[in-house]
Design a protein around this ligand. Sequence first.
Ligand SMILES: Cc1cc2nc3c(=O)[nH]c(=O)nc-3n(C[C@H](O)[C@H](O)[C@H](O)COP(=O)(O)OP(=O)(O)OC[C@H]3O[C@@H](n4cnc5c(N)ncnc54)[C@H](O)[C@@H]3O)c2cc1C
Length: 311
Amino acid sequence: MLELKPRTSSITSVLLTTEPMTRHTTYRIGGPADLFCQPGSLEDLRQALRVVHQRNLPFTIMGNGSNLLVSDEGFRGMVIQVAGVFNGIHFQRDHVTVGGGTDLGTLLNQAARRGLFGLPFAVGIPGTVAGAVTMNAGSATRYMGQHVESVRVLDCETLEILDLTRAELDFQYRRSILESGRWVILQVRLQLEEEDPVAIFARIRELLLRRKEVQPLAFPSAGSVFRNPGSLYAGKLIEDAGCKGWLEGQAMVSPVHANFIINLGQATAGMVFRLMARVQEVVWQRFQVRLQPEVRILGHCPEKLQGEGIP
Ligand SMILES: Cc1cc2nc3c(=O)[nH]c(=O)nc-3n(C[C@H](O)[C@H](O)[C@H](O)COP(=O)(O)OP(=O)(O)OC[C@H]3O[C@@H](n4cnc5c(N)ncnc54)[C@H](O)[C@@H]3O)c2cc1C
């Protein structure tokens, strides 16, 4: 894999205490993280991990926070945000080596200028490349893992750098082994497809317009709240169960897309959790399908939400 150095010279690391996660999630929801670190270099990232190990603190890695629902109590440990750093992009014919902290939009834009595309599902996803690879982000039929050749990571325990191949990452629907939190993604090597740049930009515009039509983009959210169960669509089940427009305080099941729970302005995580639990229950009663959360929940989840990975 090509060497891509983080831009150590121009980026300063940031360490904040009692930092409201409302500032770092697209949901604009979440209590404080005891410690919030934005490492500006690989060495500072290692240092942050040394600190959490020495103090035996819980920690979590995040990108743009576009798939995160942080509890109102916040997170008792260190949140390490890798976004805006480790963001070099290097093209080699139809391959690209890209820093994990790069915005998907930036990658798509630069690739399009070189006549490279292949990731239509990624247009409009407000995440980083690393977040998209971890979540195996995509649409119903296409997803990030199909384009990943390998990933360069920092092992959070040993602080060693290693490369993992696509086969080792075990991509499944909105899943990969990277979710374990054992590694920090530093860079990703992807294979793209060659196309005419004018056609690519036209397609990107069309896909962005389509998203505006079918998703409630005027309100803060974390995208789809529940995973699609098997071949069914969570949004369709929720809509058919009559949940569109349901409210819990300032959290609402979007009337535009039933699998989005939107923040009307002052929503708390508690309101979203309560709405998720109500939706889950009514879909179960109606269709005997138990919806599993797709959003990643950070901190304590007070409702009896059924699902994997709920603390
Ligand atoms: C309006 C909207 C539309 C969306 N549309 C889609 C869609 O069409 N398809 C889809 O799949 N998702 C969609 N999402 C959800 C979300 O944008 C994606 O899951 C995205 O890929 C998450 O990226 P992120 O950088 O924000 O990751 P975060 O939310 O910050 O984190 C997600 C996961 O990635 C891990 N992670 C992040 N960076 C690293 C790193 N450097 N190293 C190791 N682990 C890391 C985190 O620990 C966490 O487990 C949408 C969200 C919104 C708000």
